[in-house]
Design a protein around this ligand. Structure first.
Ligand SMILES: Cc1cc2nc3c(=O)[nH]c(=O)nc-3n(C[C@H](O)[C@H](O)[C@H](O)COP(=O)(O)OP(=O)(O)OC[C@H]3O[C@@H](n4cnc5c(N)ncnc54)[C@H](O)[C@@H]3O)c2cc1C
Length: 516
């Protein structure tokens, strides 16, 4: 079995699909390579891909798709990018441009109407970004105002950096439908629409010259009084942000799969090229520095692919992949750029010469630091979500002071008995915390583990100690309630004499020259 073959959990249909997809895409390689030189978008090539139905890999069969889940779409993304990242980006852009959003938020009528064209290979795009909305995607200001008769929305504004702009027929577009500051604050000001390029007032404005984009379009859109029927709004008005975030998980998983394809593309040139390139009388593959880079590329490819297809599988099992999708995309882009960098170095001057394709994958590794949400944006999602959804994994174990060693010892056991809620006991607790968790404050929640008190009582005790100068606090700016508390130096002195806090390792002797 090929090293980058099927995973054990793939269904027989998914295994067969990977084989057939790879075989078919192999037949298009020459045509695609030529279009990289002419640089015109290869419509015919895309039509051939679309006709296979592979853009509907993740669409259920009842809506005209192949029913192969996110695993199926990741197979397509990976196999395309191994051979031709340019056109592969448009293929992925097609299913990112509405597939998941329609499937999750569309009415039955919308699913029946909108999913078959995606599965049939109609070129689609997702349009979020604007001058006012980059990483801050909620800053969208393209307006959608409901007409007086309530039959359609009138869209006005611009989008930029859109993959497929000017060649796509279908655009999954986010627009501002509420201008109420309260809605904006709650991210209820956006709505999602599917619109088509033949609508009056819809134009592409520009083609960007993006790093690594050779035969593929990225550009701006211009919408002037575009009338979109109400039936083409996805989800309720104001639900756009939730739809955008859900769609982003699918998009990031698929983009990560393209980075697997990028690794596999590069690897085709990592053994055969240096085995034939001779310097100092021997092939450059014998140079340890090159071997090191090649091994790094294979290691990254292996780890990344496992993570991507596990994420896709979790998605297919209907598990929440919010953290997984952003984590894997953030890492994928970084690994791709490192591998692109190493690969170009192994090839020397040929690595950055368009007569070999490695330079293209290298450049695209950088482009994907930005596309689909920057690496930093992915990290932001991971950091925020980790605090919400990984509480169990990120909770520090409770610690206690070992009576003999007098050092902190972690434990997962609950506190055996709570002490009465008095200011003296709280001060004692803060003094112990000085030794158990050096440098740290306690939260009211920490205190409630040890004292028989509710939140109100704890707040009262903290305030009492604070007023006596025995504790200092960090307080919530709005509620003025204490969120963190620690003993002051006078408080520590009041709780115990100096010797109680002392601790020296055994090797410290009572040498009189020491300053005890
Ligand atoms: C190749 C490519 C394809 C794209 N395809 C599409 C597409 O099909 N559809 C679409 O809608 N958009 C697309 N985009 C746009 C892309 O999503 C945005 O470029 C991206 O979200 C970043 O926005 P920006 O370029 O405005 O950078 P900015 O938001 O201006 O960010 C600049 C820098 O600041 C950092 N930064 C900003 N805010 C924060 C923060 N709070 N914390 C940490 N770092 C921060 C960013 O990470 C970045 O490094 C594409 C972009 C590229 C390059």
């Amino acid at each position: 079995m090929a090293f980058f073959g099927a995973y054990p959990w793939w269904t027989p249909e998914q295994v067969e699909f990977q084989k057939k997809t790879a075989e078919f895409l192999d037949t298009l390689v020459e045509e695609e390579a030529k279009s990289r030189w002419t640089r015109e978008f290869p419509f015919e090539l895309y039509e051939k891909i679309g006709a296979t139905g592979m853009t509907g890999a993740a669409i259920p069969k009842e809506y005209g798709g192949l029913g192969l889940g996110a695993t199926g779409s990741c197979i397509v993304a990976e196999e395309c990018w191994k051979r031709f990242p340019g056109i592969g980006r448009i293929v992925v852009g097609n299913f990112n441009g509405g597939l998941r959003q329609v499937y999750e938020h569309g009415t039955e009528e919308q699913k029946k109407r909108m999913l078959p064209p995606i599965a049939g290979g109609e070129i689609g795009a997702v349009a979020i970004t604007e001058v006012t909305a980059g990483t801050d995607a909620a800053g969208i200001s393209l307006q959608a105002r409901l007409s007086d008769d309530g039959k359609y929305y009138i869209l006005n504004g611009r989008k930029r950096f859109i993959v497929g702009a000017g060649v796509a027929k279908r655009y999954f577009i986010y627009a501002q439908t509420s201008f109420d500051p309260a809605d904006i604050k709650k991210h209820k000001h956006l709505s999602a629409f599917i619109i088509h390029s033949d609508l009056e007032g819809f134009h592409s404005e520009k083609v960007n010259e993006i790093l690594g984009f050779e035969n593929v379009q990225n550009g701006s859109l211009y919408l002037k009084d575009v009338k979109v029927p109400v039936e083409d709004r996805l989800g309720a008005e104001g639900e756009g942000w939730a739809i955008l975030m859900g769609g982003m998980n699918f998009e990031r998983t698929n983009i990560s799969a393209t980075m697997c394809g990028l690794h596999r593309g590069i690897m085709q040139y990592m053994i055969d090229y240096p085995s034939r390139r001779v310097q100092f009388g021997k092939p450059t593959i014998d140079v340890p520095a090159n071997q090191d880079k090649i091994a790094d590329i294979v290691m990254r490819a292996k780890l990344l692919r496992d993570s991507v297809f596990v994420t896709a599988y979790k998605w297919d099992l209907d598990m929440d992949i919010t953290i997984d999708a952003s984590a894997v995309k953030g890492i994928a882009a970084q690994l791709a750029l490192q591998s692109g960098d190493d690969a170009t170095q192994v090839l020397g001057g040929d690595g950055i010469n368009r007569f070999y394709p490695v330079q293209n994958w290298f450049e695209l590794g950088k482009a994907d630091h930005i596309a689909g949400g920057t690496v930093e944006a992915c990290k932001l999602t991971v950091f925020r979500m980790a605090q919400k959804k990984m509480k169990e994994d990120t909770t520090m174990p409770r610690r206690y002071l070992d009576p003999e060693l007098r050092v902190p010892i972690p434990t997962y056991k609950p506190v055996e008995s709570k002490k009465p809620a008095t200011a003296e006991n709280l001060l004692e607790l803060l003094a112990e915390n000085y030794l158990i968790n050096p440098g740290l404050h306690m939260t009211p929640g920490d205190i409630m583990l040890y004292l028989d008190a509710d939140a109100e009582k704890v707040e009262a005790l903290i305030t009492e100690l604070e007023q006596a100068g025995d504790a200092h606090t960090v307080r919530n700016r709005k509620t003025n309630l204490a969120t963190l508390v620690a003993a002051t130096y006078p408080g520590l002195d009041k709780a115990h004499d100096r010797e109680w806090y002392e601790w020296y390792p055994d090797y410290v002797t009572k040498d009189p020259r020491r300053t005890f």
